[in-house]
Design a protein around this ligand. Structure first.
Ligand code: P6P
Length: 335
């Protein structure tokens, strides 16, 4: 039920009945993410003003310098989700292992797990370029009443019940799906409410923007090299425009609005690419498909990949359906 300018809270409640597990818990979960997003947005917007940027000194499991805003965002999302006593487990890019949330009465009655990339694009924090939060929600598969196990987190992306992102850009938006299309909400910072600004978001079937770090060109597989040269060729509606922000959420969001393709392929430097399957590729792939786009590793649908590790990486090609399928054909023909 779409009413322009309704708040995110009204939208969540209004669509609760259409959600097949409409127990109200998912609505409460989404509202806790809404709250955490506002708290993190406040801090992101003043990052330059307080001594919160700059490496926290720690290094996360990804081997990346942990920026203080990464740590802050991670803490806020975990704290908010835990305090609301809604989820039974959380996994995060910033946490080596998953966190079992012992519900307040210790009987593990909560049914949902959340996987998050609390601050994606963190290398952009210090240079005032947009960053984002990505979240992915599943129902647990192990028995209610017992602590969550790794099995609950290693579900295929096609089992997600909801996924979304927050983009902290020129304006702050929360974009999410529960499997019934994709809707975007823009934060009015003056009053702290998200308003429905982009109902029924969809990828244009084709586009003229390609997003890839061409600094890695010499390390790419031949099929990717051939596709990039195709994008640059003078004919039909090409050459395309190259746009690469260095924040998946921002490149994805722009491509969904204007049409385009995002690629983080495998290379001789990263045999499985860089992006993490569970809390980057799966949620973005769910959103992409709900917006009539496509997401694969170049050969296999992202949402059909069986995860084997919490922080595993996969090659990621995502965006306008026709562009992804053209790229996949270049990869197949180069085999
Ligand atoms: P590179 C950010 O660290 C991220 O995970 C994505 O948000 C972004 O698209 C990509 O990595 C950038 O990686 O290697 O091009 O700097």
């Amino acid at each position: 039920m779409i009413k322009k300018n309704q708040t995110l809270g009204e939208f969540i409640i209004g669509n609760q009945a259409s959600f097949k597990y409409s127990s109200g818990e998912l609505s409460s979960l989404l509202n806790s993410i809404r709250l955490a997003a506002k708290v993190v947005n406040h801090e992101v917007n003043k990052a330059g003003l307080v001594d919160i940027i700059g490496a926290a000194g720690d290094v996360n499991i990804q081997g990346e310098n942990q920026q203080k805003l990464d740590v802050y965002a991670n803490d806020k999302f975990i704290q908010t989700l835990t305090n609301r006593n809604i989820v039974c487990g959380i996994a995060s890019e910033e946490e080596d292992d998953f966190i079992s949330i012992n519900s307040i009465d210790e009987n593990h009655q909560n049914k949902y797990i959340v996987l998050i990339d609390p601050l994606d694009g963190s290398s952009n924090i210090d240079v005032n370029v947009s960053v984002g939060t990505i979240f992915s929600i599943y129902r647990r598969v192990t028995p209610v009443g017992t602590p969550v196990t790794l099995e609950d987190f290693l579900q295929k992306g096609n089992q997600q019940v909801a996924a979304g992102y927050v983009v902290y850009g020129t304006s702050t938006m929360l974009v999410y799906t529960t499997g019934d299309g994709v809707n975007g909400f823009t934060l009015n910072p003056a009053i702290g409410s998200f308003y429905l600004s982009h109902p029924n978001m969809e990828f244009p079937e084709s586009g003229t923007i390609y997003s890839v770090n061409e600094g890695n060109y010499i390390h790419f597989p031949q099929g990717i090299k051939n596709y990039i040269k195709y994008c640059q060729k003078e004919e039909d509606d090409r050459p395309y425009t190259s746009r690469y922000i260095g924040s998946l959420v921002s490149d994805f969001h722009r491509n969904m609005i204007k049409g385009g393709i995002y690629l983080y392929p495998k290379s001789s430097l990263n045999s499985n690419g860089k992006l993490r399957l569970l809390y980057e590729c799966n949620p973005m792939a769910f959103i992409a498909e709900q917006a009539n786009g496509k997401a694969s590793d170049g050969f296999t649908r992202i949402l059909d990949i069986q995860p084997t590790e919490l922080h595993e990486r996969v090659p990621f090609i995502c965006g306008s359906r026709n562009m992804v399928e053209t790229c996949e054909s270049f990869l197949r023909n180069a085999q």
